[in-house]
Design a protein around this ligand. Sequence first.
Ligand code: CP3
Length: 319
Amino acid sequence: MRQAGRYLPEYRALRAKSKSFLHFCYTPEWAIEVTLQPIRRFGFDASIIFSDILTIPDALQRNVRFTEGEGPEMDPITDPAVIATLRDVYNPEILKPVYEAVAGVRAGLPKETALLGFCGAPWTVATYMIAGKGTKEQAPARLFAYRHPVAFQALMDLLVDVSAVHLIAQIDAGADTVQIFDSWASVLPAEQFDRWCIQPVKALVDKVRAARPYAGIIGFPRGATTEGLLRFASETDVDGLSIDTAGDLAGIAVKAGLPTLQGNLDPLALVAGGEGLDRAIDAILAVAADRPFIFNLGHGILPETPIAHVEHLLKRIRG
Ligand code: CP3
């Protein structure tokens, strides 16, 4: 989950230098520095490259921009015929600074600190590409997929291809593991979850693993049911499964044949601190006691998170 960001004064200070969030992401010197900041401050075991899942639609020339207070925006797709034109306009050069930043971070990290690359899962990236912005329930993409399943499948296939290239390039630049964020898997009914979450992620995992078998792959199908998570894990064959805030970690952990689990801590518990945070930490540590486990949040860290609560969390985990 996010490590860098607005909860850190050193991030806010550097971030103020660039009006455009994407320009900030594409300036390796800055992306490297804000990726290293939380590692320097807290000494986490793993670091995630500072970038965004919407660099892929940017490379597909969808005119992506982040407006202060509005979140991400891009040109929406209403005409299914647009999808057939995207392969030709795709410009992978746009993503080069991301790989430069990955290499720079690797060079600046302690040897024992893992580095994660990442991308959005095809479904989640498509929800932003269709609507042209984040929406509450991603109705535009869901409607589009029901009305134009052939065009939507073509968009998924394209996103699998370009995301595989993107993940492989991050691995080659120095990422040990890559994480695939399906933040909007939550809105998919069961049959659609198989078709638009599991199948495209499986295709992406297969491509990356065939090309770079030594790299780890973590999947994050946010909002999936316990049944859905188990199917996702067995069908995609990810090495790590990220559990969101609402996921039944204890219920999932007793199942057989799981990959390494991570996540589940509510970012709001970290904001609250005190007894509420301690109880949430205890519940996760109880599950983590007898298995490999990556302690992590169940979703991105919130800007209002007190730094002292992050320090307390680390003390509790490390003893
Ligand atoms: O350490 C890190 O911060 C890692 C880099 C990272 C970012 N985004 C930077 C970022 C990662 C892993 C992401 C993933 C991402 N981006 C996801 C998947 C995970 C999730 O949160 O569900 C999604 C859906 C996005 C798209 C996105 N980016 C949105 C919807 C927003 C605006 C909402 C918000 O929280 O502000 C962003 C902006 C963004 N991406 C910020 C950061 C640090 C905040 C912008 C800023 O600081 O100026």
